[in-house]
Design a binder for this molecule. Structure first.
Ligand code: FAD
Length: 392
């Protein structure tokens, strides 16, 4: 790399929800930020809803509100969920969270991933101290004592004392920084679609555990449900190919007819599921955030929420640095200490739940029914579980 380089306080690579949120929050606190994104932005035209839908926890929505991005999302297409019902096909027992019980108006919000990313992208366009470099792909990394320099595929070079890899589970920058991952394929895929149901969704997020993986119904604004059905690979392939009628029949059975008949289904898509944990979050002045650091099973709907907690933690540490070096080794080590344990515990917890609830053996089957019932009945336990999931 030889061309002259542009210098920033921080460079964020990847404008998914995590990278875009971090870039915006750093810029709002007065830092000069470059955001490098390889794909042209999707934009949001209010047409048919995107298939990738996430359940945002209360703290994630608070972050979006603090950045004044939430009103644009809420005005377009977001739907609150006020209750959660979780039950097991074989073991019995039911877990029931209700916002009223926790003195909250809602437990969280169901939103399209593309809508959140597009709303953040628009807000980023209004930031004077921020440069969006798009489409541009990171290809090289060099590090010396006080800065990291990135070489982009258009020949540009950019340098900063802090570089954040938020470029997703297949992160190029993580590879360039020499950080390895421990990866486990679940041999499952998350099949997603929108479905209409005979009975209203009641602003409730529903999840039923089945031996092949859980099926979740999330309430959306037009009255339909967005489903995430975790299935063994071969089963997911089959269910992508069957007719709509056949799919609706099988889904209705899998969901135990809890909302009556399935009356319509949209186009379907499926995403491979894996647990992937980076062995380190820091290499010199490069840090990992979001899926670049941790990919988790979607059964608890926590992937984006964990990534946004990474972003909030980094922002706090940068803010506390004031005029001092924001990419100093001790600061980044602290980020790793604070976030890695939280993310690793979450990844293994979701892994354990997936295993226990996918087992046909008698002991786990009896135990999980009891566990769900217990979580509901023990005073204060449901509240603690919710507070943890909501980041409160
Ligand atoms: C089926 C399914 C359901 C899910 N449901 C939920 C849920 O309910 N709640 C929840 O919280 N999470 C959920 N998740 C997880 C969630 O979708 C992810 O955790 C989240 O989208 C990751 O965001 P990110 O910004 O870290 O990465 P990404 O969204 O992957 O963004 C990475 C960005 O980096 C860019 N990029 C890549 N390489 C380069 C490069 N070399 N140079 C420049 N840019 C680059 C990409 O174009 C992309 O824009 C679910 C996941 C699945 C599979």
């Amino acid at each position: 790399m030889s061309a002259p380089r542009d210098r920033f306080d921080a460079i964020v690579v990847g404008a998914g929800v995590v990278g875009a949120m971090l870039a915006l929050t750093l810029s709002r606190s007065g830092r000069r930020v470059a955001l490098v994104e390889s794909r042209e932005p999707v934009g949001w035209d209010g047409g048919s809803p995107g298939l990738r839908v996430v359940a945002l926890a209360a703290d994630a929505v608070d972050q979006l509100k603090a950045l004044e991005v939430w009103p644009a999302i809420a005005a377009r297409r977001a739907h609150p969920y006020r209750r959660m019902r979780v039950w097991d096909a074989a073991g019995g027992g039911e877990l029931d969270f209700d916002a009223d019980r926790f003195g909250q108006p809602e437990l969280g919000w169901i939103v399209e991933l593309d809508l959140v990313a597009a709303s953040l992208w628009e807000a980023l366009g209004r930031e004077r101290g921020l440069r969006r470099m798009c489409p541009a792909r990171v290809e090289h990394l060099e590090q010396d004592g006080d800065r990291a320099t990135l070489g982009l595929d258009d020949g540009t070079r950019v340098a900063a004392p802090l570089v954040v890899a938020a470029d997703g589970a297949g992160s190029t920058l993580r590879g360039l920084a020499g950080i390895e991952v421990d990866a486990h394929a679940y041999d499952q895929r998350g099949l997603v679609a929108y479905v209409g149901t005979e009975h209203p969704h009641q602003d409730t997020a529903w999840q039923r555990f089945l031996p092949g993986g859980p099926v979740a119904f999330l309430p959306v604004a037009d009255g339909r449900c967005s489903i995430v059905w975790s299935l063994p690979d071969a089963e997911a392939t089959r269910l992508l190919e069957v007719t709509d009628e056949q799919f609706m029949r099988e889904l209705e059975r899998a969901f135990d007819g809890r909302l009556g008949a399935i009356t319509s289904v949209s186009q379907r898509a499926a995403f491979p599921l894996r647990r992937q944990l980076a062995r380190s979050y820091v290499a010199g002045r490069v840090v990992l955030a979001g899926d670049a650091a941790h990919a988790v099973h979607p059964l608890a709907g926590q992937g984006v929420n964990l990534g946004l907690r990474d972003a909030a933690c980094l922002q706090r540490l940068v803010e506390a640095a004031g005029a001092r070096d924001i990419g100093a080794a001790h600061r980044l080590a602290r980020y790793q200490r604070e976030r890695r344990s939280d993310n690793v515990i979450a990844a293994w917890a979701f892994d354990g739940i997936n295993r226990v609830f996918s087992s046909d053996a008698l002991a786990p089957t009896l135990l999980r029914g009891k566990a769900l019932g217990l979580a509901n009945a023990v005073p204060g336990l449901a509240r603690r579980l919710w507070r943890h999931a909501a980041g409160r």
